[in-house]
Ligand binder design. Structure first.
Ligand SMILES: CC(C)(COP(=O)(O)OP(=O)(O)OC[C@H]1O[C@@H](n2cnc3c(N)ncnc32)[C@H](O)[C@@H]1OP(=O)(O)O)[C@@H](O)C(=O)NCCC(=O)NCCS
Length: 150
């Protein structure tokens, strides 16, 4: 399955919000939050969607300012996982962070999300700390970092 990536626009929000709600039923971002992110694109944000044919099957977003960047979000619809799409989007976010001059990139991931942690491990992120009970349901957040200038 080959996916193509392109920049996310406001027109993509209905399809993106469907994946968002399916993927994060307990703590989905609102459409307004995502609009706010896109409003700041390209200044401090870079959001991409992944397409298989005409269908949006995933999306990911980067925050970048100064020498630091963050992975804001990443999701692939359940039926399209383990096909390299999440990895392709993460690679694009890392490349954009480098293009923007970031020295390091950070993210937070739920302690009970081994799938996402496996992706981040594979891309060379290391664990730098834990935020106890960071999420509303009491789950810890694991903070991860990758140096981009190595
Ligand atoms: C995390 C997520 C985006 C990964 O997307 P994906 O398209 O399935 O990832 P890829 O197919 O590119 O996987 C890249 C590599 O990560 C690792 N990986 C991914 N999913 C994995 C899993 N379920 N178990 C173990 N390793 C996994 C593997 O090393 C994989 O490479 P391989 O398939 O060649 O072995 C996807 O699982 C998802 O949408 N999860 C729900 C949302 C979420 O948790 N987002 C992150 C919030 S911090």
């Amino acid at each position: 399955m080959t996916a193509t990536l392109r920049q996310m626009t406001m027109d993509d929000l209905p399809a993106v919000m469907k994946i968002e709600r399916d993927t994060f039923p307990l703590d989905a971002w609102s459409e307004g939050m995502l609009r706010g992110e896109l409003d700041d694109q390209p200044r401090t944000r870079h959001y991409v969607v992944a397409l298989v044919g005409e269908e949006i099957v995933g999306y990911a977003g980067l925050f970048a300012a100064g020498d630091q960047a963050d992975v804001q979000t990443i999701a692939v619809s359940e039926t399209h996982r383990r096909a390299g799409i999440g990895g392709a989007m993460l690679a694009e976010l890392l490349a954009e962070a480098v293009r923007r001059g970031a020295q390091s990139i950070f993210l937070e991931v739920r302690a009970d999300n081994p799938e996402a942690q496996a992706v981040y491990d594979r891309f060379g992120f290391g664990r730098i700390g834990v935020r106890r009970r960071y999420y509303e349901d009491g789950t810890d957040a694991i903070m991860m970092k990758k140096d981009l200038n190595a």
